[in-house]
Design a protein around this ligand. Structure first.
Ligand SMILES: [Ca+2]
Length: 338
């Protein structure tokens, strides 16, 4: 009996000690500076009205998140097309998009006309990014950008300097738009609002379409829709022009013509046809295009991609992303008309 009580007391003391130790460690982690924070804060101080100490204080409140590192090491874009496509091309996302389009039709038409962007693409981007605003991200953007700036995972492609610039833009954006930097939520990569704008894009391309003096990409549908349209417009969207057509591939096709990362259009449709990739849809021979290859369940499919496809890849570099936006946009258009 005595022994059991004593053991119980000892166990309790051990646990208390362990808990205290964890608390001390986590407190010291919080107060600890992130590696490279000093240098970063000095840089922000040079480019803004903020002083270095203010930036350091802000960063001291930022938390490293292992879940963000984990998400970065397994992006959806690593999947083959036939596994990526079903994430986005679903009845639920198509019907949700048609409903969203009907609800905001006047606004969408206004933005489409003003910025010269096809309306179905605006809706499809918002659909792929956030399911029409249902999933705008639950990470604190400050934590996301701090984690990816100072603790970028070893994936063989170090993007920490990109995220460091985004962290700086986030701080400047906070100044400009009066955003509460410690509260703003977004994706694990720090993308914000219904159109998932990174801070630099927010600063550069977001528009105040409702004219209330703020660019609000969360609760002003005018600003959200206008900003997505402006983003596409500023990257060169061509109204009413094709995005992509399926290609017929000859046996002797030159596979070096297939684009891998960059879908800039550099060759004419005629030149690509001579190289073995012919359009299955009639299109002017002097139109500029590139070739995309997608992994289907039963082999590869090939596509002639035009300037508008390239513009969609300015939103997200992956050809899978651009194809998902395109397919969804076509389904939405058919759904609205049908
Ligand atoms: Ca506004």
């Amino acid at each position: 009996m005595q022994n059991t009580v004593l053991e119980g007391t000892l166990l309790f003391m051990k646990r208390t000690l362990a808990l205290a130790l964890v608390m001390i460690l986590s407190t010291s982690c919080l107060a600890q500076q992130h590696p490279g924070a000093e240098e970063f804060a000095a840089k922000v101080a040079l480019e803004s009205d903020l002083d270095k100490q203010e930036v350091l204080r802000l960063l001291q409140g930022a938390r490293f998140k292992q879940s963000i590192v984990d998400a970065m090491t397994r992006p959806a874009e690593g999947k083959p097309w036939h596994m990526y496509r079903p994430i986005f091309i679903t009845d639920k996302r198509i019907n949700g998009g048609v409903a969203f389009w009907r609800e905001h039709e006047e606004l969408i038409n206004k933005a489409a006309e003003r910025f010269g962007v096809d309306p179905q693409i605006i809706v499809a981007i918002i659909g792929v990014e956030t399911f029409y605003g249902r999933i705008t991200g639950s990470y604190r953007v400050l934590d996301a950008l701090t984690t990816l700036s100072f603790y970028y995972p070893d994936t063989g492609n170090d993007r920490s300097s990109f995220f460091s610039r985004e962290l700086m833009n986030f701080i400047l954006l906070g100044e400009e738009e009066g955003l509460p930097l410690t509260d703003v939520k977004g994706s694990y990569a720090g993308a914000m609002g219904l159109g998932q704008f990174m801070p630099s894009s927010y600063r550069e391309y977001a528009v105040d379409l409702d004219g209330d003096g703020r660019r609000d990409l969360w609760s002003s549908m005018d600003d959200v829709i206008g900003s997505v349209a402006n983003y596409l417009h500023r990257h060169g969207w061509q109204y009413g022009k094709p995005v992509t057509f399926p290609a017929r591939v000859r046996d002797d096709a030159n596979m070096d013509l297939v684009s891998r990362r960059d879908f800039k259009v550099k060759m004419t449709v005629d030149e690509l046809a001579a190289g073995g990739f012919e359009s299955t849809v009639p299109v002017s021979g002097d139109s500029l295009a590139a070739v995309a290859r997608l992994e289907e369940a039963d082999g590869m499919s090939y596509w002639l991609t035009f300037k508008n496809f390239y513009v969609i890849t300015r939103y997200n570099r992956s050809p899978l992303y651009a194809m998902a936006v395109f397919e969804l946009s076509e389904a939405l258009k058919a759904g609205l008309e049908g």
